[in-house]
Design a binder for this molecule. Structure first.
Ligand code: SAM
Length: 206
């Protein structure tokens, strides 16, 4: 799995993250980021074109996968944003307490091995009054879809680098001390329902 995970998987995920329905989701949250931004799980940098450049001072990006950073280079250049990359895991952020204005998390909580620890770290580094902007796929509300998610998940996780279909995103956020200030949910059009239930919005520090 080593070569597959290092070279094939990041490119597969890059394709999956570039679809039109997902692009529309990015447009709903990314432009709201401002000040010093922490982007967790940068991937190939699909969010970069959607930032409001005039509102952002700098972006600190973390992702343990260095191949992703290589794949993000073109978008970093094209947008001209000031991106400071750390090949680090979200569960242990190399950042001071209360140093970040906006944390951005898109389609990453599904894959981060310990999402509770990652959110606790996001909470720690966020300034009082700061915002966590997020868009994630996860546990579907319909029992029949949730049942399929549970069935498929073990195989899915192995094939897609640890991605989980059925994490309960609002519950994870609340358990880590966030209040859900402005949240929406829907099945993404053109996406299988087991992989397409999205939750997005703004969470604040409780
Ligand atoms: C499905 S991709 C999404 C990438 C990007 N956020 C996007 O919206 O296109 C998930 C990303 O999470 C990253 N990731 C996995 N484990 C992580 C961790 N412990 N901390 C931070 N990022 C992680 C992966 O390397 C991958 O780039």
């Amino acid at each position: 799995m080593g070569w597959y995970n290092t070279h094939v998987l990041p490119r597969l995920v890059t394709c999956a993250c570039g679809t039109r329905p997902i692009l529309r989701q990015r447009q709903k949250v990314v432009p709201k980021a401002h000040g010093t931004v922490l982007e967790i799980g940068l991937g190939a940098g699909h969010n970069l074109p959607h930032y409001t450049a005039s509102a952002v001072d700098r972006i600190i990006a973390v992702d343990p996968c260095e191949t992703s950073w290589a794949l993000a280079q073109e978008r970093v250049r094209d947008t001209g944003l000031n991106v400071d990359f750390h090949a680090s895991s979200a569960e242990s952020l190399p950042l001071e307490d209360a140093s970040i204005d906006s944390v951005l998390l898109t389609f990453a909580l599904c894959t981060i091995p310990n999402p509770g620890q990652a959110l606790a770290e996001a909470h720690r580094v966020l300034k009082p009054g700061g915002q966590l902007l997020f868009c994630e796929h996860g546990l579907a509300p319909d029992p029949a879809v949730a049942k399929w998610q549970a069935r498929i998940n073990p195989l899915w996780r192995r094939a897609f680098g640890g991605c989980n279909l059925n994490r309960d995103i609002p519950a994870l956020l609340r358990a880590s001390g966030f209040s859900l200030d402005d949240v929406e949910q829907m099945y993404l059009p053109g996406t299988p329902r087991f992989a397409g239930f999205n939750t997005w919005g703004i969470a604040g520090r409780r």
